[in-house]
Design a protein around this ligand. Structure first.
Ligand code: BYC
Ligand code: FE
Ligand code: FE
Length: 471
């Protein structure tokens, strides 16, 4: 790429123009990224003009630019939040030392692993969502999907920037492999389990952006505390984009629920008029929330203890001074464990419970979202309450993966699980029904029958704005 249009093509605040080594690495990687986008990114729609925001700087208020763009021409940029030159490590064993600007040798592998795991989720989610454009319930929703997709692409760039800049040859290999693994492919799967699950419908998509992108928020927030400054500053900026992803999910589910509640008030059976029954929506919430709990890892984890001790990954809002002891030593944390058929409490050293602590914060956040949906149902006088499944429900990672628990967290036998799982998780019939509703609506301002319109305009545009201009 010519030097003249470099900043125009790759907006950045990392001095890319003068960084010959990074430029060379990106010159190889960028075409591979575009090949990946064409093969595994949104199926179709690459020739259409989408009204998208692009990150162009890190200044407060003015960081994003909105315009029509064809997705393959999106300007995936590289940004670090504004740092503090005097910043010190503020937790763990190295507390008080200046933050690292280069990779600390003794923690190199652990750090690389955290960055690769984070990076892997970003393209994975784009792969999972690649068919959804074909069934968008409105042009405004289609725009949201593609906005989320291009930004997950940029989050991949953010992690590749770190690998290329700070990890030499093996960093470049890892960056290549991020484009080679494939969501759901048994031979070369994505690293974390939730990112290998299919996202078949818009109900899955809105659940995913509510619960799985929200794990992203909590993981990014703890990496934003990192003593490795480039990681802290990269993830801090990623969080500005993340808010929109979670909002897309929360509002999407909210609009589905609202629509169903409306038809219920009219005394109709949602299924008979092509809307989504609330108990079915609950089963989808159960599936995506529980698989997202797994993304926090085990409740009692030496990995988590070491990431904290070394200063690589802090607690949620560690820097806000809300914790008693920034070293987290000499304290225990009470976790629940499952022993001899009973759930009992056990003390573990606080550092080993860092994953459990982060999950606590996440669960509190999820509860707030669910209660907002419930408030709308109460307002509409519909007698139904959504709930968040207990943290023990349907787990594949951590302490509770060893047994079966019902939605309230009570231990149950394998036989009872098999007999009752259809009450809690989407059945084949549920999936077929939701799939049958997935009929695209591409006329500006029009919406599919199963979802309420956005309550207000989108990005200061009226609802009938032409968010996508088809070629
Ligand atoms: N699936 O010590 P343990 C996002 C593995 S989402 C498969 O209990 P640890 C986004 C683990 O790797 C945010 N494997 O847990 C959202 C380990 O393997 P080894 C992504 C799993 O390591 C939507 C073993 O089990 N960011 O950004 O403390 C759209 C024991 O692990 C899983 C990050 O995850 C699982 N769910 O914690 C787009 C941040 N869980 O070492 C994007 C970086 C655990 O025995 N990652 N294992 O081979 C981390 O901080 C940690 O790797 C984890 C796991 C929190 C994920
Ligand atoms: Fe992301
Ligand atoms: Fe996201």
């Amino acid at each position: 790429m010519s030097n003249v249009d470099l900043e125009a093509r790759i907006p950045n605040n990392v001095g890319l123009r003068d960084n010959k080594r990074l430029l060379r690495a990106l010159e190889r990687w960028q075409p591979a990224f575009l090949d990946w986008w064409r093969e595994m990114g949104p199926s179709d729609f690459n020739a259409d003009q989408i009204y998208l925001r692009t990150a162009v700087g890190v200044g407060k208020g003015g960081w994003a630019h909105f315009d029509y763009v064809k997705m393959p021409d999106y300007r995936w940029g590289i940004f670090l939040a504004e740092g503090d030159a005097e910043r010190k490590i503020h937790f763990g064993d190295n507390i008080g030392a200046p933050v690292w600007h280069e990779v600390p040798g003794e923690f190199r592998n652990r750090l690389r692993r955290l960055i690769v795991t984070q990076g892997d989720t970003e393209p994975a989610s784009v792969e999972q969502q690649r068919m959804l454009g074909h069934t968008a319930p409105s042009l405004a929703d289609m725009r949201s999907l593609f906005q989320v997709n291009v930004e997950e692409g940029r989050h991949l760039w953010a992690m590749v920037y770190l690998l290329h800049t700070h990890f030499g040859a093996d960093g470049r290999d890892e960056a290549d492999e991020l484009l080679e693994r494939r969501s759901g492919n048994p031979d070369k799967p994505r690293i974390l389990e939730a990112f290998n699950k299919p996202i078949e419908t818009w109900l899955d998509f809105f659940c995913f952006t509510t619960f799985t992108d929200r794990d992203g928020k909590y993981q990014l927030a703890s990496l934003a505390e990192s003593g490795f400054d480039p990681l802290a500053l990269s993830t801090q900026f990623m969080l500005t984009e993340e808010a929109y992803h979670m909002q897309t999910g929360e509002n999407g589910i909210g609009r589905i629920i609202h629509r169903t509640a409306e038809v219920m008030r009219e005394g109709k059976d949602p299924r008979e008029v092509g809307c989504m029954p609330l108990d079915l929506v609950q089963r989808y919430l159960n599936a995506w929330s529980s698989v997202s709990y797994d993304l926090f890892g085990g409740e009692d984890s030496t990995n988590a203890a070491e990431s904290f001790a070394s200063g690589l990954k802090g607690r949620y809002r560690e820097g806000d001074g809300i914790y008693k002891d920034p070293k987290a030593l000499g304290q225990n944390y009470t976790i629940e464990v499952y022993e001899d058929g009973k759930v009992v409490e056990r003390e573990v050293p606080l550092r080993r419970a860092m994953n459990a602590l982060l999950l606590d914060a996440y669960l509190a956040d999820c509860r707030r979202i669910v209660s907002r949906w419930n408030r709308d149902l109460a307002r509409l006088e519909v007698d139904f309450e959504f709930r968040l499944p207990n943290r023990r429900f349907n787990r594949s990672q951590g302490i509770f993966s060893e047994a079966k628990f019902d939605i309230d967290g009570n231990p149950i036998s394998n036989e009872e699980w098999d007999a009752r799982r259809g009450e809690w998780l989407p059945t084949d019939e549920d999936r077929a029904y939701v799939m049958s509703l997935m009929i695209p609506v591409y006329e500006p301002g029009k919406y599919a029958n199963w979802i309420a319109p956005h309550p207000t305009g989108v990005n200061d545009k009226p609802l009938d704005f032409e968010f996508v201009k088809f070629h």
